[in-house]
Design a protein around this ligand. Structure first.
Ligand SMILES: Nc1nc2c(ncn2[C@@H]2O[C@H](COP(=O)(O)OP(=O)(O)O)[C@@H](O)[C@H]2O)c(=O)[nH]1
Ligand SMILES: [Mg+2]
Length: 217
């Protein structure tokens, strides 16, 4: 994929309105430090455009990077800081849920899991949220350079099983260091750009399931 331009176009805080983009979005979800920003940097061919290694407790935002004036990479806030306060965790959940529920232009959600570790309770919850909003997440096993080649198959199986991933779920090992997996992810993005959205009905017009829905503006 040829990257001609990248722009950090929108940064949304907890209470900000989500932008009503008219171009396709590709979202990146996963726990803090799993490598979301590093993956986005690799996909836009920049060393450090998307911020890497943010500090714990930092303000949680949804960042929209517009690429080639044609589509967006959406960096979702990370989860799983043990030290994050209960309020921060609740805010994070609301933001991510609202994003998944509302974004009509969302073409694909990438869920990143560290290839070295068994998926956590939070990872499974994230997986379930994505599925329950009607998407089939593409799994990215990050930091593939940190394991031996001989361990690859075993670790990928652990990620799949640990998440309880549906059969046929795409799982791509990736390394920001060696760029292993980048071409495969690019091809997938190019394919999805050609296709119609995964959700045929407008998710945003769905009535909330109950009064406690987080998806209220
Ligand atoms: N060895 C290695 N380190 C990585 C890789 N991806 C990310 N990291 C490191 O992991 C840390 C967190 O990465 P970051 O992209 O900020 O994670 P984020 O919090 O999910 O956005 C940083 O120190 C990165 O340099 C990778 O593929 N290989
Ligand atoms: Mg980041």
């Amino acid at each position: 994929m040829i990257i001609r331009s990248v722009n950090l176009e929108t940064v949304c805080g907890v209470s900000s309105r989500l932008p009503e983009n008219t171009q396709p979005e590709f979202a990146f979800a996963g726990k803090s430090n799993v490598g979301k920003s590093s993956l986005i940097n690799a996909l836009i061919n920049r060393k450090s455009y998307a911020r890497t290694s943010s500090q714990p407790g930092k303000t949680q935002t949804i960042n929209y990077y517009r690429v080639n004036g044609a589509f967006y990479y959406v960096d979702l806030p990370g989860y799983g800081y043990a030290r994050a306060s209960v309020e921060v965790k609740a805010e994070w959940g609301k933001m991510v849920e609202r994003y998944l529920h509302r974004s009509r232009m969302l073409r694909c959600v990438f869920l990143l899991i560290d290839i070295r570790h068994e998926p956590s309770e939070n990872d499974r919850m994230m997986y379930e949220w994505i599925v329950s909003q009607g998407f089939s997440p593409v799994l990215i096993a990050t930091k593939a350079d940190k394991i031996k080649r001989s361990q690859l198959a075993k670790q990928l199986k652990m990620v799949r099983t640990g998440l309880g991933a549906q059969p046929g779920t795409v799982l791509i090992p990736f390394s920001a260091q060696t760029k292993q997996g980048r071409d495969e992810i690019w091809s997938l993005i190019e394919e999805r750009l050609e296709e119609k959205p995964e959700l045929s009905s407008g998710a945003a017009s769905d009535p909330p399931e109950d009064g406690s829905s987080a998806a209220t503006p």
